[in-house]
Design a protein around this ligand. Structure first.
Ligand code: ATP
Length: 320
């Protein structure tokens, strides 16, 4: 393989730039040329493609977001869109494609592979919800950003003896809430993977106050319900005067942590190796500290992501 392409797709994640950089530099090191596709699959179908040099990825490792831009482009789920994409790739002489994104982006990569075009998926999403990998690029930065916010909220919650509900991102997955909640010493963590009983949550707040706790911090994953709705349910049980903070898009931005930069560098380079070795229809992953290459169909169809629920149990044991 002499010429490969790279794109970022779906929601942006800190560390995507570090991953693109690794793809470009590793490919050049291996004697291949690299082309960048702007705006994910949307840019692919219209041929928004350009050659990337070593210098294009200079000064990028520390930047959040993605300099190749990203897009949501549902039309790529149609065969027509996919064939147009392959036509563009062939027009530029590109023989293999690295797709950096979440599980939706993986479906795009799977579709291209099914049409015979070799693709490698690289897990890039803040949600940490891709099956078959312990961590995704962006997750570590996001939980540290959330942690910083939670520490600040704790200061004000303690000063006024207040109950706070902090709604965090994660789509249908509870990983962001779970990790940031445990790391911040939150009293309660509410995630989609665990049922909760609102009266027990209220009881827990009351018990905490009786024990002399000065604040109660509840970290709520957006996949459960929105923060306002949750707070209203609590206030309906007792007049807690719950304050709600929705962290929103601050969770996506910012310079990637060392951990995300290292992961992005490793996975980006591994993706290039996979293409060089003739693999297509695969994705790269970190599994039990090892870099692995997995079949993308098998990963999407037969594997399931579940957060580490030992952390949930641990938080219940030590948070009160
Ligand atoms: P994140 O979850 O972090 O936002 P994601 O990659 O899961 O990332 P999506 O918006 O679900 O984000 O998917 C990104 C893009 O992948 C879509 O906009 C679309 O272009 C493509 N895509 C999604 N599903 C499919 C599919 N079934 N077939 C082909 N392409 C798809």
């Amino acid at each position: 393989m002499k010429r490969i392409g790279v794109l970022t797709s779906g929601g942006d994640a800190p560390g995507m730039n570090a991953a693109i950089r690794a793809v470009v530099r590793k490919a050049l090191y291996e004697g291949m040329e690299v082309y960048g596709v702007n705006y994910g699959f949307a840019g692919l179908v219209v041929g928004d493609i350009r050659k990337l040099t070593q210098r294009d990825v200079g000064d990028m490792i520390q930047r959040g977001g993605t300099f190749l831009y990203s897009a949501r482009y549902p039309q790529f789920a149609t065969e027509e869109g996919q064939l147009k994409g392959i036509e563009q790739l062939k027009r530029f002489g590109i023989e293999g494609l690295v797709v950096i994104g979440g599980d939706g982006s993986y479906r795009g990569a799977k579709a291209l592979s099914r049409h015979g075009f070799p693709c490698v998926g690289v897990p890039g999403t803040i949600d940490n919800d891709i099956p078959g990998t312990d961590y995704t690029i962006g997750f570590d930065t996001t939980i540290n950003t959330v942690l910083d916010a939670l520490d600040r909220i704790r200061d004000t919650a303690t000063s006024h003896v207040r109950t706070f509900v902090i709604e965090v991102m994660g789509r249908d997955a509870g990983d962001i809430a779970l990790w940031s909640g445990l790391a911040s010493g939150a009293e309660q963590i509410i995630i989609p993977e665990k049922n909760f009983d609102i009266t027990a949550v209220a009881e827990n707040i009351r018990e905490g106050r009786e024990k002399g706790k000065k604040h109660s911090i509840i970290v709520l994953a957006e996949g459960v319900m929105d923060g306002k709705e949750f707070a209203d349910k609590l206030d309906a049980i007792d007049n807690f005067h719950v304050r709600v903070t929705v962290l929103g898009h601050v969770q996506r931005g910012g310079s990637p942590t060392a951990r995300d930069r290292v992961l992005a560098s490793q996975l980006g380079a591994k993706a290039v190796e996979a293409l060089k070795e003739g693999h297509g229809g695969v994705c790269v992953a970190l599994y039990k500290e090892e870099l692995v290459v997995r079949d993308i169909v098998e990963t999407l169809d037969n594997m399931k992501h579940t957060p580490n629920l030992d952390l949930y149990k641990l938080n219940e044991e030590i948070s009160n």
